[in-house]
Design a protein around this ligand. Structure first.
Ligand code: CO
Length: 139
């Protein structure tokens, strides 16, 4: 597997507008992409931070993965995303090595990306997302 570039840090928040204002004011970041991802029940804002992004995630659905995370852990870092050239190949390789994968078949993420999550059990407690850039524009 080729080394993954840090793509984004996903942060679960209860108030998207307040979180956006905070990152704009404190760190001078700008929102470059906004999307509602229906199948994950999330509303996301991507803010460019150098070569990577901060991904702010909020939800109105308490039964969504982000909703359950907020109920259990409160606001905070939810996952770390790494860019890889081929998510399907990376997942197949990791599964063959015995890694636990949440998405055995990669799915469509925001901004036309292809993504798959690795289980925190296999990544020392961190939810890791593999991201393959698509044709969409994320800024
Ligand atoms: Co993400």
């Amino acid at each position: 597997m080729q080394p993954g570039r840090l793509d984004h840090v996903g942060i679960a928040v209860t108030d998207l507008a307040a979180a956006r204002a905070l990152y704009e004011r404190v760190l001078g970041l700008e929102v470059t992409h906004e999307e509602v991802i229906e199948d994950q029940g999330v509303h996301e804002l991507l803010l460019r931070a150098g070569d990577a992004y901060v991904q702010l995630l909020s939800t109105r659905d308490p039964d969504s993965p982000v909703g359950r995370f907020l109920a259990r852990r409160g606001e905070g870092v939810h996952h770390v995303g790494y860019a890889v050239p081929d998510v399907a190949a990376a997942v197949a390789d990791l599964r063959a090595q015995g890694f636990e994968v949440i998405d055995p078949a990669p799915r469509i993420g925001s901004g036309g990306t292809t993504i798959a999550f690795l289980h925190p059990k296999s990544m020392q407690g961190v939810l890791v997302e593999l991201v393959e850039e698509g044709t969409g524009h994320r800024g």
